[in-house]
Design a protein around this ligand. Structure first.
Ligand code: ADP
Ligand code: GLC
Length: 493
C-alpha cells in the first residue's frame, strides 16, 4: 500500500458541523487521526443551513453540475480547513435548506430523503473529479452515502480520476437502511439492470444499504461483537445473508474517542477539571450538576446519568418500567438528557415534578449538559437492546462514571464486568433485555457504591485509565483500507 493515502470521506454528519448521533463524533475524529498518521483526508458533507453559519467558510466552486438519472442538478461548493483536514460542503437550497438533518419539526422523515442523499453522494464524487482529487480510498458511512461504492463501480470504473479508488462502507447502525419507494430509483441513476434482489431491490423497494454492501470493496461496522451479531437474523434487520456473503470482507472496528473533547482533565465545558490522580474536581462537578438539575445537594448519594436519543434501540422503555421502583427502594438520583420519541419525552420530562430532588431531566439536545452529566455522575446507564458501538459509555469510563450496560455490541466490547470476588472491572453488565435485569443491575451498582467503597474506587481508577484513542482505531482502518485496495485490484482482474 502507498505510504501516503488520499482518502475521500463522505458523510451526512460530522462534528462540529452537523450532528444527530455518534456518526458525527466518528467522522469528526477519524479524519484528524488519519491525517496525524501521515495521510491526506478530505471530508465531503452536505451544506445544511439549519445550524447557521460555519466560521471561515470560503466559496469554492459554483456552479457544479451533477447528473442524476437523466436530470442535471446544480449546486455550489464551499470549503474550510481544520487540523489539516479539508472539508467541502455541497450547497443546495432545494435539498439542504431544512429544519433539521433528516426530519421536520414533528419528527417526520423528509419524503425526498432518498433524493437528497443520493444527490449528495453523487455530487461528492463529482467534486473529486472536478478538483482532480484522485482518492485511493472512498470511505462512505451508513445508508445516506452507501451509494458511493455503487456509483464508483457502475459509472466511474474507467474514469481517470476515480477508477483506482477502492471503497469502504462503514455501518454505524443496521436498523437504518434507507428503504424507499422504487419510484425514486430512476432519479438515483443506478441502472434498472441493478434493481435485483442481490443488489438494490428489497421487497419491491430500493434499499440503499443493501446495494452499498454489495458494491463496497470492504464493509465494516463499529465493534467486533456487533459484527458477529449482525451476521445473524436476530440483529441484521434482513441483511444477514448479504453480510455473510462478504465473508472476511465484513469486519468490526471499535470506535475511538476524541480525547481533545471528552477528557475531564482538559474539558472546558465542565465546572471543574479532574483526572485519575486528582479527583477533587469530580466532587465539584457533582455538586454543580445537582444544583443545575435541582437534585438534592447530597454528595454521598450516587447519581445515575443517561444521555440518549430516546428511541426503542436504547432500551429506555425498559427503564421506564422500573425507574420509579428504583427511586422508591434505593437511595439514588437520576440525571437524564435526551430527545426523540414523544411518549418517552413526555414520560422522562415529567419525572422531576413527581420526584423532586431525586430525578432531574432535560428534554432536548444540549452538548454542554452532556459533558456535565459525564463529569458529575457516579454511574452511566445504557440498557440498549442493541448498540453497534456506543460512545457515551466510553466517554463515561474516562470521566470515572462507571457504565451500567446491557452486554451487546460495543457495550460488551468496551466495558469489563465487575468481579465481586476480586474488585476488578470497569462497569456492571447484564444480558437479559428485561426491566427486571435493569432493576437488579442498577441495584448491584448502587450496593457496590454503599457497601464496597474500596472496590468502587479501584474500578473508577481502572476505568479512567482505559485508552480508546482514535490512533489505535485509525490504524485498524488503515488495515481495512489496504484489504479493500487488494479486493479492488482482484475485481479488476
Ligand atoms: P447513537 O449514535 O446511537 O445516538 P452514541 O453513543 O454512539 O449513540 O452517540 C451519541 C452521541 O450523541 C454522544 O456524543 C452523545 O453525547 C450525544 N447525544 C445524544 N443525545 C444527546 C442529547 N440529547 N444532548 C446532547 N448530546 C446528545
Ligand atoms: C450509531 C450507533 C452507535 C455508534 C454510532 C457511531 O449511531 O447507534 O452505537 O456508536 O453510530 O458509530
Amino acid at each position: 500500500m502507498k505510504s501516503k493515502l488520499k482518502i475521500a470521506m463522505i458523510s451526512s454528519e460530522c462534528v462540529p458541523f452537523a450532528k444527530s448521533g455518534g456518526l458525527a463524533d466518528v467522522v469528526g475524529a477519524l479524519p484528524k487521526a488519519l491525517q496525524a498518521l501521515g495521510h491526506k483526508v478530505i471530508v465531503i458533507l452536505p451544506g445544511y443551513t439549519h445550524n447557521g453559519h460555519v466560521n471561515n467558510l470560503r466559496p469554492f466552486l459554483s456552479p457544479m453540475g451533477v447528473w442524476m438519472g437523466d436530470i442535471e442538478e446544480w449546486c455550489a461548493v464551499q470549503t474550510t480547513e481544520r487540523d489539516g483536514v479539508t472539508f467541502y460542503f455541497i450547497q443546495s437550497d432545494k435539498y439542504f435548506d431544512r429544519y433539521a438533518l433528516y426530519h421536520d419539526a414533528d419528527f417526520n422523515d423528509y419524503q425526498d430523503n432518498p433524493r437528497r442523499f443520493g444527490f449528495f453522494t453523487r455530487a461528492a464524487l463529482q467534486l473529486c473529479r472536478d478538483i482532480g482529487f484522485a482518492p485511493d480510498i472512498v470511505h462512505a458511512h451508513d445508508w445516506q452515502t452507501a451509494l458511493a461504492p455503487a456509483y464508483l463501480k457502475i459509472w466511474h470504473w474507467d474514469d481517470p480520476v476515480l477508477n483506482e479508488a477502492a471503497s469502504v462502507l462503514t455501518i454505524h447502525n443496521i436498523a437504518y437502511q434507507g428503504v424507499y419507494n422504487a419510484a425514486h430509483y430512476g432519479y438515483l441513476g443506478l441502472q434498472w439492470s441493478n434493481f435485483t434482489p442481490d443488489k438494490f431491490e428489497d421487497h419491491g423497494q430500493v434499499n440503499f444499504l443493501k446495494g452499498g454492501i454489495y458494491y463496497a470493496d470492504l464493509v465494516n461496522t463499529v465493534s467486533p461483537t456487533y459484527a458477529q451479531e449482525t451476521r445473524t437474523s436476530a440483529f441484521a434487520h434482513g441483511l444477514a445473508p448479504y453480510l455473510n456473503k462478504k465473508g472476511d470482507d465484513y469486519i468490526g472496528i471499535i470506535n475511538g474517542v476524541d480525547y481533545d473533547h471528552w477528557d475531564p482533565s482538559v474539558d472546558n465545558l465542565i465546572p471543574a477539571r479532574f483526572s485519575r490522580r486528582s479527583l477533587a474536581g469530580k466532587a465539584a462537578c457533582k455538586r454543580e450538576l445537582q444544583r443545575r438539575l435541582l437534585l438534592d445537594d447530597e454528595p454521598d448519594v450516587p447519581i445515575i446519568g443517561i444521555i440518549s436519543r430516546l428511541v426503542h434501540q436504547k432500551g429506555l422503555d425498559l427503564l421506564a418500567q422500573v425507574i420509579e421502583p428504583i427511586v422508591h427502594n434505593m437511595h439514588v438520583q437520576f440525571a437524564i438528557l435526551g430527545s426523540g420519541d414523544k411518549g418517552l419525552e413526555w414520560y422522562y420530562g415529567g419525572l422531576p415534578a413527581r420526584y423532586p430532588g431525586e430525578i432531574g431531566s432535560f428534554i432536548g439536545y444540549n452538548n454542554e449538559l452532556a459533558h456535565w452529566i459525564e463529569a458529575g455522575c457516579d454511574f452511566f446507564l445504557m440498557p440498549s437492546l442493541f448498540e453497534p458501538c456506543g460512545l457515551n459509555q466510553i466517554y463515561s469510563l474516562r470521566y470515572g462514571t462507571l457504565p451500567i450496560v446491557r452486554a451487546t455490541g460495543g457495550l460488551e466490547d468496551t466495558v469489563q464486568q465487575y468481579d465481586e470476588a476480586t474488585g476488578t472491572g470497569t462497569g456492571f453488565k447484564f444480558w437479559e433485555p428485561s426491566a427486571h435485569a435493569v432493576y437488579h443491575t442498577v441495584g448491584w451498582a448502587v450496593s457496590t457504591y454503599y457497601d464496597r467503597r474500596h472496590h468502587l474506587k479501584e474500578m473508577v481508577r481502572s476505568a479512567m485509565g482505559q485508552n480508546f484513542s482514535w490512533k489505535r482505531s485509525a490504524q485498524r482502518y488503515l488495515e481495512a483500507y489496504s484489504q479493500a485496495t487488494v479486493n479492488k485490484i482482484l475485481t479488476l482482474g
